[in-house]
Write a protein that binds this ligand. Structure first.
Ligand SMILES: NC(=O)c1ccc[n+]([C@@H]2O[C@H](COP(=O)([O-])OP(=O)(O)OC[C@H]3O[C@@H](n4cnc5c(N)ncnc54)[C@H](O)[C@@H]3O)[C@@H](O)[C@H]2O)c1
Ligand SMILES: [Zn+2]
Length: 363
């Protein structure tokens, strides 16, 4: 089954071209042919994903008439650096890739962000195709065009908005994804449900997370999430009016927890899950979220094996310290996303650091 998603919002140039299906790898070449005129490309992948799928992607591209160069980098967040971006650019120059070429990111969010950043700067910008291989990348990081790398001081401090020309979500690749990585994708899905889709929230409440990864149900769910994120981005592509900020729901505290755990203790989605719990506690206090809905969120996160309590011995002070690094605290103002009821969200200006401290202490 193939689901085509092409959203265009009135008054906006933002467009999200996505193919969602199973068994799409063999068709990658022909899908790209329809969107991109260049013939040469780099496939950027990592040491886990490359051995699993790169050969098939390469074959599909070659038989469609493309000339791909494979670039494999070490798996993991530590590869998302300016140095690695430079090394990829140099390999592309050595392979003779020019401004007519394009880049394919084959991997999770790390590969998507890094290859997208290279696409944004190589010859001042060449097309980017994303082939996400994690659930998180399919429902979140491949959509919206945010690309970038980390520095020693923090995540995603250097980057560019560079929309992908095409995103190809082949759900069958998720079969090899480790369980923890699969589960963390649901934190972003649950976030989307809370901020924009009460119906999807109810569907997730009866989703059977322990059953095999049902391709059809997954395709529908991924498509729905792409639509939710795209609709929000189409209204505020460059994060200027505050509309896009609702996507940060749960991330203020989530990022601080990720940082406090040195990016090792929790996966992004796990830290986000805890951040969602904190944001719901703040929403109860400051936005009128009902206890019943607050409890339903926690139950849903637990259903997908996501953490809702911090380990007792976790150094909470490190979370408070990390909150200072959050970009949302710039200029001393707190822009905190609350949910007054499931299916809606807004940026609140009446949330204080003391509220966040209470919420973190209760985790
Ligand atoms: N650009 C955005 O809007 C945005 C949004 C959210 C997150 N992100 C970024 O995304 C990154 C996290 O993404 P992620 O969780 O996908 O991490 P990841 O890319 O590190 O992938 C997680 C792990 O799974 C492995 N893997 C990937 N696909 C696999 C598969 N099909 N089978 C087996 N193993 C596989 C990877 O090699 C890696 O070890 C972070 O850097 C975060 O900042 C960006
Ligand atoms: Zn996130």
């Amino acid at each position: 089954m193939l689901i085509r998603t092409a959203l265009k919002s009135p008054g906006s140039t933002y467009r999200c071209r996505t193919r969602v299906g199973s068994n799409l790898i063999e068709e990658i070449g022909s899908h790209i042919c329809k969107q991109i005129t260049g013939r040469t490309c780099a496939i950027v992948t990592d040491t886990n994903v490359g051995p699993l799928f790169a050969d098939r992607v390469k074959r599909s591209l070659t038989s469609a008439g493309f000339k791909p160069t494979l670039i494999t980098i070490p798996a993991g967040e530590k590869s998302k650096t300016l140095k690695q971006a430079g090394a990829i650019c140099e390999q592309m120059i050595a392979a003779g890739l020019d401004r007519q070429s394009f880049i394919i990111g084959l991997g999770g969010g790390v590969i998507g962000d890094l290859s997208g950043f290279v696409a944004a700067i190589y010859h001042r910008g060449i097309p980017h195709v994303q082939i996400p291989t994690t659930l998180l990348a399919m429902v979140d990081s491949s959509i919206g065009g945010k690309t970038g790398v980390n520095t020693a001081d923090g995540k995603n401090l250097i980057g560019a908005v560079h929309q992908p020309s095409l995103v190809i979500d082949n759900v069958n690749v998720l079969k090899t994804l480790p369980r923890r990585e699969f589960s963390q994708g649901f934190a972003e899905i649950i976030k989307h449900a809370i901020i924009a889709d009460a119906t999807m929230f109810a569907q997730l409440q009866s989703w059977e997370p322990s059953s095999p990864r049902r391709p059809l149900a997954l395709q529908r769910l991924i498509k729905r999430n792409i639509e939710i994120k795209s609709k929000i981005i189409a209204k505020d592509e460059y994060d200027r009016t505050g509309t896009r900020a609702v996507l940060n729901f749960g991330h203020t505290v989530g990022h601080a927890i990720e940082r406090a755990g040195n990016y090792k203790r929790f996966l992004h989605g796990e830290a986000l899950s805890l951040g969602i719990v904190a944001a719901c506690a703040v929403s109860r206090k400051k936005a009128g979220l009902l206890r019943r809905e607050h409890d339903a969120v926690i139950e849903l996160l637990q259903r997908f094996k996501l953490p809702t309590r911090l380990p007792k011995n976790f150094p909470r002070q490190k979370i408070f310290d990390a909150l200072k690094f959050d970009k949302k605290f710039e200029g001393g103002k707190i822009r905190f996303v609350v949910t007054p009821r499931i299916g809606s969200a807004r940026v609140a200006t009446n949330v204080t650091l003391a509220d966040l401290r209470d919420a973190v202490n209760d985790l």
